[in-house]
Design a protein around this ligand. Structure first.
Ligand code: PMP
Length: 483
C-alpha cells in the first residue's frame, strides 16, 4: 500500500493552527504575536496575509540594522560564494580573524589592549555560563553577586543569576543562588526615595555587605550586571552607580562581569553601554547584534583571568562563519555610519515625545530608557499613587496595548516585573518618519486599550492576564502601600 502525504494548507490561519497544535507550551513570542512573517526588510515585516508591520522588537534586540540589511546580505553571500567552510568548530579562519579584529576595535581601548575572547555556543545564555565558569575558575570561589530584576538567560547558571524566581522553578534546588543586591530603580525605588539618593543607598548596601565581616556573605567569584536592564523592564543603571560597582568590586578583588548581550552594538547610544560610565569590566558578555542577525555569542575578558583549561568551555557550534561575517559587516556599519550617536539622538527625541504623550494618557505610568532601548510602564490610572508617584502595574492593560499595537501594524513586546512594560527596540537604522509612525501607532494603541479596558485594581484580583504565570500577576500592589 502506498502512503500519500497530503501537502499541508499554507494559509496563515492553517500555519498558526498547526503551530499551536504542535509546538511546545513554552513557546513565547509566538503566543503574543500571532502573525506569519514571510518577508522582512529594514524595520518592516510582511505577514503571509499581506499585512505590514513596523518591527520594534527587532529579534529581541538582535537586529541592530533591521532585517536583511544589504551589507549583511552581501557579507553572507560572499562567504557562501567563496567556498569557505560554514561550520568549522573553533578553528582559525580569515572570516573569524576579521570578526575578532573588528570586535576588538569597537571595544574601549584599555579593555581591548589586554583582552582574550572565547567563542561560545551561539546564545547569550551560553556566554553567560562561560563568564560565570571563567570567574569561578580564576578566583577559586563559587559565590556570585547579582541584581534584582536581572535577566541573563535561560540555562541553569544564567537563570540563577536572574531575578525571575518563577522562571527557575523548574530547576528545583539544584543551582547555587547568588547574593541578590538591589538594582537602582527610580520609579519603584526599593528604598522608597528614588533618584540619586535611591542609587546611593543601593550602592551603599552592596559596599557595606561586602565590607561587613559578619555580613554573612562569602567572598564571591564575581558580580554580574546589565548596564541597562532589558527584560527586567528597561531600567538604565545610573552611570555613577555603575562606577561605584566597579570601585567596590575592585577594592574586594571581585571580577565584574558586564552583560552587554542586549545593550551592545550602539543600542543605548554608545557602542557599548559601559562607555557611558567609563567603566572597564573584567568580563564582557556579547551576543544578539554582534552576529548581525545570525546566532553568535562570546565573552571578552582580561587576559589575567585566562587560566581555565583547554576545552573548559567547549561546544560544537562555536564557529558559525555566516554569523561572523554578518557580525563583522554589522559592527563595521554601526561604526562607520555612527549609528550609536544616531540612536542617542533618536532615543532622546522619542523619550521626550513619549513623556509628552504620558501627560495625555495617564495609563503610561513611567517612560524610561537609553538610546533606542525604550520602555513604557503601564499602570492602573485609577489606583492611588505611592509617595514617589508610582501606581500599580497593569499587566492586562499592557497586553491589550501590545494587541492594539499589532492591530495598527506595530510589533512590540512586554517585559518588566509584572509584564507591564511595553518595550521598544527599533533598529538603529530607523528613519525619522518611521519613528513618527511608531509614536503615532503606539499612542493610538494606548488610547484604544485604555478606553476599552478597565484594569482590575491589583487588590481585587478578579481578572487575570491571559496566559500569564501566576507569579507575573501583581499579587501585591506593586506601588507598595506598606510604606
Ligand atoms: N543577557 C541579556 C541581558 C539578555 O537580554 C538576554 C536575552 N534577552 C540574554 C542574556 C540571553 O540571551 P539568549 O536569549 O540569546 O540566550
Amino acid at each position: 500500500m502506498q502512503l500519500t502525504v497530503q501537502p499541508p494548507a499554507v494559509g496563515p490561519e492553517a500555519i498558526l493552527g498547526r503551530q499551536a497544535a504542535r509546538e511546545s507550551a513554552a513557546r513565547t513570542y509566538a503566543r503574543s504575536l500571532p502573525i506569519v512573517p514571510v518577508r522582512a526588510r529594514g524595520m518592516t515585516v510582511e505577514g503571509a496575509d499581506g499585512r505590514r508591520y513596523l518591527d520594534c522588537l527587532s529579534g529581541a534586540g538582535a537586529l541592530a540594522l533591521g532585517h536583511n540589511h544589504p551589507v549583511v546580505l552581501q557579507a553572507i553571500r560572499q562567504v557562501l560564494d567563496s567556498g569557505a567552510p560554514l561550520h568549522i568548530l573553533d578553528l582559525a579562519t580569515p572570516v573569524k580573524d576579521e570578526f575578532t579584529t573588528e570586535l576588538f576595535a569597537s571595544l574601549p581601548p584599555e579593555f581591548a589592549r589586554d583582552a582574550r575572547i572565547q567563542f561560545c555556543g551561539p546564545a547569550g545564555t551560553d556566554a553567560v555560563e562561560a563568564a560565570l565558569k571563567l570567574v569561578r575558575t580564576a578566583t577559586g570561589r563559587s559565590g556570585l553577586l547579582a541584581f534584582t530584576g536581572a535577566y541573563h538567560g535561560m540555562t541553569a547558571g544564567a537563570l540563577a543569576a536572574g531575578g525571575d524566581t518563577a522562571a527557575r522553578a523548574g530547576l528545583g534546588g539544584t543551582v547555587q543562588q547568588p547574593v541578590r543586591l538591589p538594582f537602582p530603580f527610580d520609579y519603584r525605588c526599593p528604598f522608597g526615595v528614588g533618584g540619586e539618593e535611591g542609587a546611593r543607598i543601593s550602592a551603599r548596601w552592596a559596599a557595606s555587605l561586602l565590607a561587613d565581616p559578619q555580613g554573612g556573605v562569602e567572598q564571591p567569584a564575581g558580580m554580574i550586571v546589565e548596564p541597562v536592564q532589558g527584560e527586567g523592564g528597561v531600567i538604565p543603571a545610573p552611570d555613577a552607580w555603575l562606577r561605584e560597582m566597579r570601585r567596590i568590586t575592585g577594592v574586594h578583588g571581585i571580577p565584574l562581569i558586564v552583560d552587554e548581550v542586549q545593550t551592545g552594538v550602539g543600542r543605548t547610544g554608545a557602542f557599548w553601554a559601559v562607555q557611558h560610565s567609563g567603566v572597564i569590566p573584567d568580563v564582557m558578555v556579547v551576543s544578539k547584534a554582534v552576529g548581525g542577525s545570525l546566532p553568535l555569542a562570546a565573552i571578552v575578558y582580561r587576559s589575567e583571568l585566562d587560566v581555565w583549561a583547554p576545552g573548559a568551555h567547549a561546544g560544537t557550534f562555536r564557529g558559525n562563519q555566516l554569523a561572523m561575517a554578518a557580525g563583522t559587516a554589522t559592527l563595521r556599519f554601526v561604526r562607520k555610519e555612527r549609528l550609536a550617536e544616531r540612536a542617542a539622538v533618536l532615543g532622546e527625541r522619542m523619550l521626550a515625545r513619549l513623556r509628552a504623550l504620558r501627560c495625555l494618557l495617564p495609563a503610561m505610568g513611567d517612560v524610561r530608557g537609553r538610546g533606542l532601548m525604550l520602555g513604557v510602564e503601564l499602570v492602573d490610572p485609577r489606583a492611588d499613587a505611592d509617595r514617589l508617584g508610582a501606581r500599580p502595574a497593569a499587566p492586562v492593560l499592557a497586553a491589550a496595548v501590545r494587541e492594539e499595537a499589532l492591530r495598527r501594524g506595530l510589533i512590540v513586546e512586554l517585559g518588566g516585573r509584572h509584564d507591564s512594560v511595553v518595550r521598544l527596540l527599533p533598529p538603529l537604522t530607523m528613519t525619522d518618519e518611521q519613528s513618527e509612525a511608531v509614536l503615532e501607532r503606539f499612542g493610538e494603541a494606548v488610547h484604544a486599550a485604555s478606553a476599552a479596558h478597565r484594569e482590575p485594581l491589583a487588590e481585587s484580583g478578579d481578572r487575570k492576564p491571559a496566559g500569564a504565570r501566576p507569579s507575573q500577576e501583581p499579587s501585591e500592589n506593586a506601588a507598595g502601600g506598606a510604606w
